[in-house]
Design a protein around this ligand. Structure first.
Ligand code: FAD
Length: 341
């Protein structure tokens, strides 16, 4: 069989990292990223990019932990390299604070992040409305720089990128041997997945260079995540809302909530408001499927539905998607050699 042609649909963090894993682990393939939008116009550009996992109820915890660990290890190595600044990856320490002690004092990811421990009384004094807290160090991606860094890595590996809206995965069958679907919330229409729904998120990006530690309310709704250039203030979780327009009332509410956690934010400047639709699902759809029409087959690997935690697990799910692509190649090679017999 000639070099298998692989199309990856989608250029958010999931599509770009999946294309990179495929190119790295299947060097005989020719890989093309097809997407109607690239950075800075994807949901991934809006994300805060902190590595704190979101839990997928339909995915076994050990699998989620493995995805998170692989992603943490990968980004930790970048943060320790000369690439860190260009890739927008850095370590950040901070606190997750709770008004009441949570049922689960040790989340499943507590031994993956660095230095996880209960907050001391002295630290808790900073948060008079909260009774319990966890301190740890994790990683943060500044999302647009990280996406551009991934694109640069892809070009260096020989992967091509093309702006194209795909109306139906089947339209790719005559040009590609394998299609990888990383369309995020776009998969709702692209493959008619009714289990996929948007969870709208609005965030503020502000200039507040004195804020060095992250602060996250335990319910995950209010957060302050300092990046290299801007601090992300959040947020909202609006299930089934497709609106991409910023809401001024929500902006004020987010800002007030964040200022009650970190009053010095009242002096923040240069506020920008962003909205994104989290591609949410009971579990990430990470599986093979074979489309077939009139005896012609098209192997597809789905990798979408990362909801509120795409940055936290992207490398782990990209590695698994690349493994599924290798299975598709082996199946295609098997059928080609059988046909020759
Ligand atoms: P996207 O970034 O949406 O990419 C999908 C791509 O597919 C796009 O390029 C799109 O143009 C393309 N596409 C779609 N349909 C088609 C089509 N028919 N044809 C061609 N191309 C198509 N996660 C974390 O881990 N940490 C955080 O701190 C965090 N904060 C967040 C804050 C907010 C406000 C939001 C909204 C999300 C946050 N997330 C966070 C979640 C994270 O952003 C997502 O899980 C992640 O970006 C999903 O990536 P994706 O590549 O699947 O989707």
């Amino acid at each position: 069989m000639a070099a298998p042609k692989v199309a990856v649909v989608g250029a958010g963090v999931v599509g770009l990292s999946t294309a990179l894993c495929v190119a790295e682990t299947c060097p005989s393939c020719s890989v093309m990223v097809l997407s109607d939008q690239f950075s800075p116009n994807t949901t991934s550009d809006v994300a805060a990019g902190i590595l704190i996992p979101h839990t997928y109820p339909g995915t076994p915890i050990h699998v989620q932990k493995q995805w998170f660990k692989e992603t943490f290890t990968y980004l930790f190595a970048i943060s320790n390299s000369a690439e860190a600044s260009e890739a927008g990856i850095h370590l950040v320490s901070g606190w997750q604070v709770f008004k009441n002690t949570p049922k689960e004092e040790l989340p499943f990811w507590s031994d993956v992040v660095l230095g996880f421990r209960p907050m001391s009384e002295a630290e808790l004094q900073k948060f008079p409305q909260h009774r319990f807290g966890q301190a740890f160090t994790t990683l943060k991606c500044d999302c647009p720089p990280y996406l551009l860094w991934l694109e640069k890595r892809l070009k260096a590996t020989g992967v091509q990128m093309c702006t194209r809206k795909v109306a139906d995965l089947w339209e790719l069958h005559s040009e590609y041997n394998i299609v990888v679907n990383c369309a995020g919330i776009g998969a709702h229409q692209l493959v008619g997945d009714e289990k996929l729904f948007p969870v709208r998120g609005q965030v503020l990006k502000v200039h507040a260079p004195w804020v060095k530690n992250f602060i996250r309310d335990g319910d995950g709704l209010t957060y302050i995540y300092p990046g290299i250039h801007r601090v992300t203030l959040g947020g909202t979780r609006e299930k089934e809302s497709w609106s991409l327009s910023p809401d001024p009332g929500t902006t004020k509410d987010i800002f007030d909530r964040c200022c009650s956690l970190e009053p010095s934010l009242r002096g923040a400047q240069e506020m920008k408001v962003k909205v994104g639709l989290r591609p949410s699902r009971w579990c990430v759809r990470l599986q093979r499927e074979v489309l077939s029409q009139g005896g012609v087959k098209l192997p597809v690997v789905h990798n979408y539905g990362h909801g509120a935690g795409g940055f936290s697990v992207h490398r782990g799910t990209a590695k698994e998607a690349a493994r599924l692509v290798r299975e598709c190649i082996a199946a295609l090679q098997g059928s080609t050699s059988k046909a020759k017999l």
